[in-house]
Structure formats: structure tokens, C-alpha cells
Design a protein around this ligand. Structure first.
Ligand code: DC
Length: 216
């Protein structure tokens, strides 16, 4: 049996994955990995280097040659601090094209598995963590929330027009869930948690209880 304890947190944009996953990692004394930030870092480097995000071979090689350091919330790719840039509108608009690239996905998968090995597991958030990257995770949580609530959260974080944001979230969800390689989907053995009208503490406590139960 593997000594790695992986808790997979998957779900669409704005479902509360980062907030829940960070608090959960803290409560469980596990490391936290934001895999969306990894796809965003590849996207940021591609844009910086002028690589067309639709150029599969070009973006594939950006991913494969990327030196990525993620520490304490900062993201440094090829020596460039891209922590802020990965949240820019340009990166957000291009990232689902990059995330549909199989060479990129395969490389990110390898990095995520290596990270877990090094850290004896962790709380890992993404889209395909429970379904593809860590099918043997101790617990798989699929977080969701109504489209309006998800858009409201994004507006609260970064401002913007709620209707436009709701539309752009829906577009990204559609791309992420209909792509051929590792689409966003619930896994048969995931616990589905709707975060629309629940307090974070209560959600985190209930997931901690589920993990403790699984580890008995
Ligand atoms: O969670 P996020 O919004 O930072 O994710 C950015 C993009 O990366 C999003 O379009 C989905 C994609 N992604 C993915 O395909 N697989 C993951 N494990 C994590 C993110």
C-alpha cells in the first residue's frame, strides 16, 4: 500500500476548491497543490514567449521544458515570477486551450505524481485529480455550486460584470468538460459537495471527518 495520503478536490471554476482545499490541508497537516496554477503557468510562459496557444507542439514543448517552482503561494516559471500574471484575463481566457493539449496534460500529470511522492501526498485541487491523476486517492471530493454563486464569488474576488463572468465561467466549464483528454467529470466514487449555501468551516469539518473515517 502506498504511504501517500492524497485528498482529491475537483470541480468547476468558482466552486470554492482553493478555499476549501487550503483550509483542509491546514487541518489535516498535509501539503496543498493547486494544479490549475500549473496549467496557468504553462499558459503564461506560452504567451510571454509569443507561442500560439493553439500550436500543440509548441505549447507541449513549453510545458516539457518549464522549470516550475511553487512555494508558499508564489509561482516561478523559468525564473520569472508569474504569480500575478497567471490570474490575468489573458491567461484565464487562454488556459482551457492549453489544458486540452495532451502533451501538456501528460507532463503536468507526471509532475503532480512526483510532487505527491515527495510530499507523502497532499490535498490536491484540479479537474482530473480523482478521475485520472490519483485514482487511488483516500478521498475524492467533487465540489460544485450554482453558476450564479460561482460568478458572484469571482466578482467579489476580482470585480467585473456578473453576467459576463457567469457567461465566461460557463464557456470554460464547457471546454473543460467536453475535451477529449481527462475532461472535468465526477468520478463514480467521489463525494459531491454543493458549496452554494454552506459555510466554509462546516464544509471543511465534514470533509476532515470523512478523511479520518477513511484512514481508520
Ligand atoms: O482552477 P483554475 O481555474 O485555476 O484552472 C485553470 C484551468 O486549468 C481550467 O481551464 C481548467 C484547467 N485545469 C485542468 O484542466 N486540470 C487540472 N487538474 C486543473 C486545471
Amino acid at each position: 500500500m502506498s504511504k501517500e495520503i492524497v485528498v482529491a478536490i475537483d470541480g468547476p471554476a468558482g466552486a470554492g476548491k482553493s478555499t476549501v482545499a487550503k483550509a483542509l490541508a491546514n487541518a489535516l497537516k498535509l501539503k496543498y497543490l493547486d494544479t490549475g496554477a500549473m496549467f496557468r503557468a504553462v499558459t503564461s510562459l506560452a504567451l510571454i514567449s509569443g507561442t500560439d496557444v493553439h500550436d500543440e507542439a509548441g505549447v507541449g514543448s513549453v510545458a516539457e521544458t518549464m522549470d516550475l517552482v511553487m512555494e508558499d503561494g508564489s509561482v516561478v516559471a523559468n525564473g520569472v515570477d508569474v504569480t500575478t500574471d497567471i490570474r490575468s484575463i489573458a491567461v484565464t481566457n487562454a488556459v482551457s486551450t492549453v489544458a486540452a493539449n495532451s502533451r501538456v496534460r501528460s507532463n503536468m500529470r507526471d509532475r503532480q505524481r512526483k510532487w505527491s511522492e515527495l510530499n507523502s501526498g497532499g490535498v490536491i485541487e484540479g479537474r482530473d485529480i480523482g478521475t485520472v491523476v490519483f485514482p487511488d486517492a483516500v478521498l475524492k471530493v467533487y465540489l460544485t455550486a450554482s453558476p450564479r454563486v460561482r460568478a458572484e464569488r469571482r466578482v467579489a474576488e476580482a470585480g467585473g460584470n456578473i453576467d459576463e463572468i457567469e457567461r465566461s465561467i460557463a464557456e470554460r466549464d464547457l471546454k473543460d468538460s467536453t475535451r477529449a483528454d481527462s475532461p472535468l467529470q465526477e468520478s463514480a466514487d467521489s463525494v459531491v459537495v454543493d458549496t452554494s449555501n454552506r459555510a466554509i468551516d462546516e464544509i471543511v469539518n465534514s470533509i476532515v471527518a470523512l478523511v479520518s473515517d477513511r484512514l481508520k
